[in-house]
Design a protein around this ligand. Structure first.
Ligand SMILES: Cc1cc2nc3c(=O)[nH]c(=O)nc-3n(C[C@H](O)[C@H](O)[C@H](O)COP(=O)(O)OP(=O)(O)OC[C@H]3O[C@@H](n4cnc5c(N)ncnc54)[C@H](O)[C@@H]3O)c2cc1C
Length: 385
C-alpha cells in the first residue's frame, strides 16, 4: 500500500455528474482529481434540455452557481412543453421550475468552469481512464496518458459506457428493455418554432419513444428521436433513417422543416434507463453516478438532473467515508439507499408508465383530449411527471 496516495478521491468523467460531485466536495478539504478523456468544451449527444431539477440541486449547493449558469449563451429559457399526440392533437404544459436549453458543449464546459473557479479540484483533461484496480487500502488507476494515479476512493461518472462500472461490477448483459437509443441533429430556419417551448411528437410508428424539437438559442434547434433498444433491435430500426423520414413526411413537421437547414450530421448515443431491477452502484472504495449508474428517466429521457443529484449524493457519501475512515462495501451501500430513495422510486414509476403507454397510441390521444377538459390538465401533468 502506498503510505500516501496521489489523491483522496479520483472522479472519472467531468460531465454533469462528475462536475456536480466535485462541486459538492469543494469545502471538504479533500484532495480531489477530476479526469476526463475529452478536452472541454466537448460535445455530448443529447437533447440539450437541462431539467429544472438540475438547477434546483445546484442551487442547494450555492445559488450563485445557478445565477452564473443563467448567463450562458447560447441558451433558450423554457417555459412550457407542447405535446403532439399521434392523432395530431396537441397540449401545452407549463413548467413549474425555471429551466433552459443550451448545447451540452456550452453547458458542460460552464459547469466545469464552476469547478475550476470554486474548488481546488485538480482537473485532468484529455486523460482517459484505462485500467482500474481496487486494492485493500487504495485504488490504482492507469490512464491513456500513461500515468498511474492512486486514490483512496474512485467515483465513476464516466457515462453510459462507463469503464469504472465495467471493471468493478459484474458485466450485466445489455438489458434492451432498459436501454434507449437516441439520435440528434441541429437545424436552423425551422418554421413555426417558438422560443421558450420544447416540443414532443408522439406517433404510433415510434411509440416507446418520441421525436423532439428543442430551441437551444441562437436560432438553432436540437431535433432528435429516441426509442427503446428492445424495439430498435426487434424491428432492426434505423433511427437516422426514421428521423429523416419523419421530418419529411410528418403532417406537421414536414411543412415546418421544408426550408430548414441541417447543421452537421445526425449522431447517436445510448441512454441507460433507470427504474429497472435494482443493482448495486457502489462497492468497496467506489461509487457510480449518472449514466454510469443507469439513472435516465425512462419516460422523458432526461438524465442531466439525476446525474447532478447523484453526483452530489456521492460527494456527501465520500466525505462521510473519510470522516469515519470507512470505505467498505457495507458503508458504501448508504449511497445506494440514498439514490434509491431520492431518485430510484420516481424512475421506477416512470418506467412503469413508459411500458404501459408504449403500445397504446389511443391512450396518449385520449390523455391529450382529457387534459383539455377544464380542471383535468394538472392531473395529466402530474401523471407525466
Ligand atoms: C440522444 C440523447 C438525448 C438526450 N437528451 C437529454 C435531454 O434533453 N435532457 C437531459 O437531461 N438528458 C438527456 N439525455 C441524457 C443525458 O445526456 C445524460 O443522462 C447525461 O449526460 C448524464 O451525465 P453524466 O455526467 O452521467 O455522463 P456524461 O454526460 O456522458 O459525461 C461522462 C463524461 O465521462 C467522460 N468519459 C467517458 N469515458 C471516460 C474514460 N474512460 N476516462 C475518462 N473520462 C471518460 C466523457 O468524456 C464525458 O465527459 C440524452 C441522452 C441522449 C443519448
Amino acid at each position: 500500500m502506498p503510505t500516501t496516495c496521489d489523491y483522496d478521491i479520483a472522479i472519472v468523467g467531468a460531465g454533469p455528474a462528475g462536475s456536480a460531485c466535485a462541486l459538492a466536495l469543494r469545502q471538504s478539504g479533500l484532495r480531489v482529481a477530476l479526469l476526463d478523456k475529452a478536452r472541454f468544451p466537448r460535445d455530448k449527444v443529447c437533447g440539450d434540455a437541462i431539467p429544472g431539477q438540475a438547477f434546483k440541486a445546484l442551487r442547494q449547493l450555492d445559488p450563485a452557481f445557478v445565477a452564473q449558469l443563467g448567463q450562458l449563451q447560447p441558451r433558450d429559457d423554457v417555459r412550457d412543453s407542447r405535446l403532439v399526440a399521434p392523432n395530431g392533437a396537441s397540449l401545452t404544459l407549463q413548467w413549474k421550475l425555471p429551466s433552459f436549453n443550451s448545447p451540452r458543449e456550452t453547458f458542460d464546459a460552464a459547469l466545469l468552469e464552476l469547478v475550476r473557479a470554486h474548488s481546488n479540484t485538480e482537473i485532468l483533461e484529455s486523460t482517459g481512464l484505462k485500467t482500474l484496480a481496487i486494492e485493500p487500502d487504495y485504488v490504482r488507476l492507469t490512464t491513456t496518458t500513461a500515468q498511474e494515479i492512486t486514490a483512496r476512493l474512485v467515483i465513476g461518472c464516466d457515462g453510459a459506457n462507463s469503464v469504472v462500472g465495467r471493471r468493478l461490477l459484474p458485466e450485466p448483459r445489455l438489458a434492451r428493455a432498459h436501454h434507449c437509443v437516441g439520435v440528434r441533429a441541429y437545424y436552423e430556419n425551422v418554421a413555426g418554432a417558438s422560443s421558450g417551448t420544447t416540443e414532443f411528437f408522439l406517433s404510433s410508428d415510434y411509440l416507446a419513444g418520441y421525436v423532439w424539437l428543442f430551441p437551444v438559442g441562437g436560432g438553432r434547434y436540437n431535433v432528435g428521436l429516441g426509442m427503446l433498444a428492445e424495439i430498435v433491435a426487434a424491428h432492426k430500426v434505423d433511427l437516422k433513417q426514421i428521423l429523416t423520414r419523419v421530418l419529411a413526411t410528418h403532417p406537421e413537421l414536414a411543412g415546418r422543416f421544408a426550408q430548414a437547414r441541417p447543421l452537421g450530421t445526425i449522431v447517436g448515443f445510448g441512454l441507460p434507463l433507470g427504474g429497472g431491477r435494482v443493482r448495486p452502484i457502489s462497492g468497496a472504495r467506489f461509487m457510480l453516478c449518472g449514466d454510469a449508474a443507469s439513472l435516465i428517466d425512462p419516460l422523458q429521457g432526461h438524465g442531466i438532473d439525476t446525474a447532478i443529484q447523484s453526483g452530489i449524493l456521492a460527494g456527501a457519501q465520500a466525505a462521510a467515508c473519510f470522516e469515519r475512515q470507512n470505505f467498505s462495501a457495507g458503508f458504501m451501500r448508504e449511497y445506494d439507499a440514498q439514490v434509491a430513495h431520492k431518485i430510484g422510486r420516481k424512475l421506477a414509476k416512470s418506467y412503469r408508465l413508459m411500458r404501459f403507454l408504449s403500445n397504446k397510441a389511443w391512450l396518449v390521444n385520449a390523455a391529450v383530449r382529457l387534459a383539455r377538459v377544464p380542471g383535468l390538465k394538472p392531473w395529466v401533468q402530474r401523471a407525466i411527471g
